[in-house]
Design a protein around this ligand. Structure first.
Ligand code: IPM
Ligand code: MG
Length: 359
């Protein structure tokens, strides 16, 4: 029996509620298949840890995480700690320190969940957004001088490297090639940003020659919001910079019904470090402790983690269970239902337990 070592970092807000639910589902699917199990270690890092220790995680945090097979992450963000501290203190050091350069964000309208778009059904919106996750606008390069004086200057520099852009383009073209439609849209803003984004376009065209079976096109990011809204069927795999994909993936989540169902994976495709799996929705303090957080994003995230670990049959079971439960209308309030986190979790575990062998 294979045992996977999982580092759980539930962190802030609804993070602990959804991560606990996710761990229950992972446990259920492991028991159902009988082929693997999990050895989970939980870390109490996050905003509360920051309030006591003055840092979001210990200085040797990455060393502690390195031996794990994967990281299962909840959410960061607290009303009384500045967002740039929570982000740059925990999640970004993990993404960047472990060179998790490919952030993948699958988006679909799940059965039973309604898209706010007219005439968009379950099968009409099936996207795979690939977010560059190691540089670009999130490079952290820049600074402030003459702080507080009228002549204060702040710079926020986007950094694009040939190696960084080439590797994310290869990842995106390969992802597109692995999906039935073999269709990739490269998002850009090279009309206005005439250095980094022009290199981005050049490299996309170069990498495209390595993938002759992929049909690709290029969209300016502003026009992309229109196409996602008015012609969602025309899109399949999408690659964009760190910031562009951050924005487009929130739009994608909303168009698919709720960011409460949107999963993500921060992947080191070379497997040198553990990859990190998290729901997109964030800490959601308005509903923390109410027991109504939508656990579906975390279950879908768990499926991505199972896939990454090579347990694709178990991943499929989790996805099928989610789809069955959503189709039955067992939904939390963010997607129009009355169910609690507990109800949805029990229903998904029930569905997993009910599968026949080979489901
Ligand atoms: C995301 C989130 C983060 C980001 C926030 C929490 C800083 O919005 O994963 O999309 O911008 O990267
Ligand atoms: Mg975001």
């Amino acid at each position: 029996m294979k045992t996977y070592r999982i580092a759980a970092i539930p962190a802030d807000g609804i993070g602990p509620e959804v991560i606990n639910a996710g761990l229950e589902v992972l446990d259920a699917v492991a028991r159902r298949t009988g082929q693997f199990d999990f050895d989970v270690t939980s870390f109490d890092w996050g905003s509360d840890y920051y309030k006591t220790h003055g840092q979001m995680m210990p200085a040797d945090g990455l060393d502690q995480l390195k031996p794990f097979d994967a990281i299962f992450f909840g959410a960061v963000g607290a009303p009384d700690v500045p967002d740039h501290i929570t982000l740059w203190g925990l999640r970004l050091p993990i993404c960047q320190g472990f060179d998790q350069y490919a952030n993948i964000r699958p988006t679909r309208v799940l059965p039973g969940i309604k898209s706010p778009l007219r005439n968009v059904d379950h099968d009409d919106l099936d996207w795979m957004i690939i977010r560059e996750n190691s540089e670009g606008e999130y490079s952290g390069s820049g600074g402030r001088v003459h702080e507080g004086y009228p002549n204060e200057v702040a710079t926020e520099i986007s950094v694009f490297t040939r190696s960084g852009v080439t590797r994310i383009m290869r990842y995106a073209f390969a992802m597109a090639a692995s999906r039935p439609r073999k269709l990739l849209t490269v998002v850009t803003k090279s009309n206005a940003q005439r250095h980094g984004m022009v290199m981005w376009d050049d490299i996309a065209a170069e990498v495209a020659t390595e993938y002759p079976d992929v049909t690709w096109d290029k969209m300016l990011v502003d026009a992309m919001t229109v196409r996602m809204t008015l012609d969602p069927q025309s899109l399949d795999t999408i690659v964009a910079t760190n910031l562009h994909a951050d924005i487009l993936s929130d739009l994608a989540g909303a168009l698919a019904g709720s960011i409460g169902v949107a999963p993500t994976a921060n992947i080191d495709p070379e497997g040198r470090f553990p990859s990190m799996f998290e729901p997109i929705h964030g800490s959601a303090f308005d509903i923390t402790g109410k027991g109504i957080a939508n656990p579906v994003a975390t279950f879908w995230t768990a499926a991505l983690m199972l896939d990454h670990l090579g347990q694709d049959q178990a991943a499929k079971m989790v996805m099928t269970a989610i789809e069955q439960v959503c189709a039955k209308g067992i939904l939390t309030p963010d997607v129009g239902g009355k169910a609690t986190t507990r109800d949805v979790t029990d229903a998904v575990i029930g569905a997993i337990n009910g599968f026949n062998d080979g489901a």
